[in-house]
Write a protein that binds this ligand. Structure first.
Ligand code: E4P
Length: 220
């Protein structure tokens, strides 16, 4: 499963990129607004940090303006993926942009039926929101499983991006369900590293090593 960072914060992206495990970035209007910079400028800076698919979302609500904004966003950098909401206009804009070979990420997906429409419209990525479904008492991960099955049944090329992941357990379950991509807030990515037995093991290894070799390094 590819790992994307779900943030527009440059410091978080730099830290994640240094680990060498970040395959791409997703942003949305909330995340861009949080950084307080013009979207084009912010997204350009993100493209300089992470070499992978970078989703940038339109804010227009009608198809014509979504297509116009989408084309402008796509011109920023070859790695840009235009994010569109799963509405009638969003799907119409997705069909138009896909025909022009502009890659799209259809977002705010909450049912497998919606995901089917996005695939039919040629979406490059579909973003089902796991956490927001869990929040209202539905099984968000079941949606990932269902979409993966449907896409496999018909050979759709659209990649399933598990979005709105809130914990390391969500990430593992998304990978088990067969999601192609998981997008993680920086905090969740950082949490994936942690295990008390890893810390305890390092402490013990160091103690044993230094008992015999004091401050000697492994090699001279
Ligand atoms: C990413 O594409 C989504 O916008 C994001 O994962 C939503 O996450 P949230 O439900 O935690 O806001």
């Amino acid at each position: 499963m590819k790992i994307f960072l779900d943030t527009a914060n440059l410091d978080e992206l730099k830290k994640g990129a240094e680990w060498g495990i970040v395959d791409g970035v997703t942003t949305n209007p909330t995340l861009i607004a949080r950084e307080g910079r013009d979207i084009k400028e912010q997204v350009r800076m993100i493209c300089d940090i992470v070499d992978g698919d970078i989703s940038a979302e339109v804010v227009a609500l009608d198809a014509e303006n979504m297509v116009r904004e989408g084309r402008e966003l796509a011109r920023i950098h070859p790695n840009i993926v235009v994010k569109l909401p799963l509405t009638r206009d969003g799907i119409k804009a997705c069909s138009t942009l896909s025909k022009d070979n502009i890659r799209t990420n259809v977002t705010l997906c909450f049912t497998a039926g919606q995901a089917l429409l996005a695939a039919k419209a040629g979406a490059y990525i579909i973003s089902p929101f796991v956490g927001r479904l869990d929040d209202i008492g539905y099984d968000g991960m079941q949606l990932i499983r269902s979409i993966c099955t449907i896409y496999k049944n018909y050979g759709f090329q659209t990649q399933v991006l598990a979005a709105s992941l809130r914990s390391p357990l969500h990430v593992v379950a998304a990978a088990e369900a067969g999601a192609h991509i998981g997008t993680l807030p920086f905090k969740v990515l950082d949490m994936l590293f942690n295990h008390p037995l890893t810390d305890k093991g390092i402490e013990q290894f160091m103690k044993d090593w230094h008992k015999v070799f004091q401050d000697a390094p492994v090699t001279a």
